[in-house]
Design a protein around this ligand. Structure first.
Ligand code: HEC
Length: 153
């Protein structure tokens, strides 16, 4: 009996260790928008101008949507680290929004493109229009940026 317990514990330990090692983001800085759509995506802007200057009520609304209707939290996590309950099981891992370098490599429009088209071959599926509207997407993007503490001047 005892030996079975020991083997069981060893297996659980090994499985969680390998899950932790496998659960990684796939090259977060590599562009996800295909080259033929990139110029178009990059010139898209939120209706409130830029995520750098989104007013507080937009950020509040974005947080509510991120954690609620948008379901982003289940994969990207409450702190935006890509470690939500569902996200922990995905390969590749959801994006870690606390990585400021990632934010600097994406325009607001490229993030919007992802919400329209998803990132093919990953757990990131298109969210507009079934889960959220375009207007809601922009608010969520503004909130998502705040996980990088230096994004807003
Ligand atoms: C079922 C899990 C899941 C949900 C729900 C989800 N995502 Fe993701 N998301 C992912 C994964 C996995 C990736 C990584 C894709 C990749 O590496 O290409 C990702 C990547 C992203 C990226 C980065 C794309 C890039 O340019 O690199 C953004 C932005 C994003 N998600 C926003 C959101 C928002 C906003 C929501 C909610 C409206 C959301 N996601 C909901 C799993 C999810």
């Amino acid at each position: 009996m005892r030996i079975i317990c020991v083997i069981g514990l060893a297996m659980i330990g090994w499985l969680s260790l390998s899950a932790a090692l496998w659960a990684q983001e796939a090259e977060p800085l590599r562009p996800r928008v295909p080259v033929q759509d990139r110029a178009w995506a990059r010139q898209l802007h939120p209706p409130f101008g830029s995520t750098k200057h989104a007013p507080p009520e937009i950020l509040e609304e974005g947080k509510r949507l991120y954690e609620g209707k948008g379901t982003c939290v289940s994969c990207h996590g409450e702190q935006g680290k890509g470690d939500g309950p569902l996200g922990r099981r995905l390969i590749p891992s959801p994006r870690d929004f606390t990585n400021c370098l990632f934010h600097r490599h994406r325009t607001d429009g490229e993030l919007f493109w992802i919400l329209q088209n998803g990132s093919p071959g990953t757990g990131m599926v298109p969210m507009i229009p079934v889960t959220i509207t375009e207007e809601e997407a922009w608010k969520i993007i503004a909130y998502e940026r705040t996980f990088c503490p230096t994004w807003r001047p």
